[in-house]
Design a protein around this ligand. Structure first.
Ligand SMILES: Cc1cc2nc3c(=O)[nH]c(=O)nc-3n(C[C@H](O)[C@H](O)[C@H](O)COP(=O)(O)O)c2cc1C
Length: 327
């Protein structure tokens, strides 16, 4: 049994079940978007996008900005770290503690060639034993709960159960699994059966991830799991977490808001993003979100090209007014 620092608080054990988490998505799940998700469904756990432990330990200015969060994100907000050396992780967790986050999430899932090629992200799944030893050192070094987000495996899923057990023994507080291997990247379908099998073999909370597109599907997929992480579907439908909560409670699923209400969501997103940095940054952020948003509206293709190039709040408002007339 791993000896944890006396003050460690493990919020994962006290969260309402099923646990709902906004999956980290680099370039999308910045603080303004996370806050809006939390406003809609306050029980949603938030995670930063992947942040380099090495850069965070050096307090690189840009990296510090990525880890930053607002008080409304607390209860619960985790910083997700990727790295490979013990020294980088141990110093980075101290920075996360200073920032006042609620937890540390370790990225063992990123398949990007740049990240994997340098031995980070899901490359750590290639040697689960050494990685478990590394995780144990991280757990011992912090009073924050440490969770892991991983894939089924690197080339294949044959070491999955053994890996999950090793990470549990290393002292992690929760385990989220994207039901694909690293080699699969985003191809094929996420295999949730393997995730259910993990839950049968460990006692820590296990969260499923991959291809949840609606509250109905979330309810079907939950089975023996403690909860789930939802990523891409939340970009098209940020109300999905509230819809899932209703579905899990056996209540009628609230419909997605009307188009004018959805446009208000983006106005608010733009306002929060402008306050967080500036209008130029806000527009760059929003453009990416618009590309997903219009996919959820039939007949909105004509607005797509303008929205993904939008340069100012004034221009955004003009397009919104046209959209509101059209639909
Ligand atoms: C644009 C994008 C960026 C992502 N960035 C991260 C990341 O920073 N950290 C991470 O653990 N996973 C990242 N992921 C993976 C998601 O968290 C999630 O595991 C994946 O999208 C599958 O879930 P979904 O089908 O609900 O989207 C990213 C995915 C996308 C599409």
């Amino acid at each position: 049994m791993v000896q944890r620092p006396a003050m460690q608080r493990n919020f994962w054990t006290t969260l309402p079940r099923p646990i709902l988490v906004l999956a980290p998505m680099a370039g999308y799940t910045e603080s303004p978007f996370r806050r809006l998700i939390k406003e809609i469904e306050p029980s949603t756990v938030l995670i930063s996008e992947l942040i380099s432990a090495e850069a965070l330990r050096r307090k690189n200015e840009k990296t510090m900005r990525l880890a930053e969060f607002m008080p409304e994100e607390k209860h619960f907000y985790c910083v997700q770290l990727f790295g490979k050396t013990e020294i980088a992780f141990l110093e980075a967790v101290k920075v996360v503690e200073e920032l006042g986050a609620d937890g540390i999430d370790l990225n063992l899932g990123c398949p990007s060639p740049k990240v994997v090629g340098s031995g980070h992200g899901s490359a750590l799944l290639q040697d689960p034993c050494s990685t478990a030893t590394l995780i144990e050192q991280i757990v011992k070094a912090t009073k924050l709960p440490v969770s892991v987000k991983m894939r089924l495996g690197f080339y294949d899923d044959k070491n999955l159960i053994q890996t999950a057990k090793a990470f549990e023994s290393a002292g992690i507080s929760s385990l989220a699994i994207h039901g694909r291997t690293t080699k699969q990247k985003f191809t094929g379908q996420a295999d949730w059966n393997r995730i259910y099998e993990v839950k049968e073999n460990v006692r820590i909370p296990v969260l499923g991830n991959g291809d949840i597109t609606s509250a109905q599907i979330a309810k079907q997929k939950l089975k023996n799991l403690d909860g789930m992480m939802i990523g891409r579907a939340a970009l098209r439908n940020p109300w999905i977490f509230a819809q899932c909560r209703a579905a899990f409670a056996g209540n009628p699923i609230p419909p997605k808001p009307t188009l004018p209400e959805q446009l208000d969501f983006f106005r608010r997103h733009a306002q929060l993003a402008t306050e967080f940095k500036n209008e130029t940054w806000a527009m760059i952020e929003l453009r990416k979100h618009f590309a997903h948003f219009v996919r959820g509206i039939r007949g909105a293709a004509q607005f797509r090209d303008r929205l993904i190039r939008v340069e100012s709040l004034v221009e955004m408002e003009e397009i919104f007014e046209e959209m509101a007339k059209e639909f």
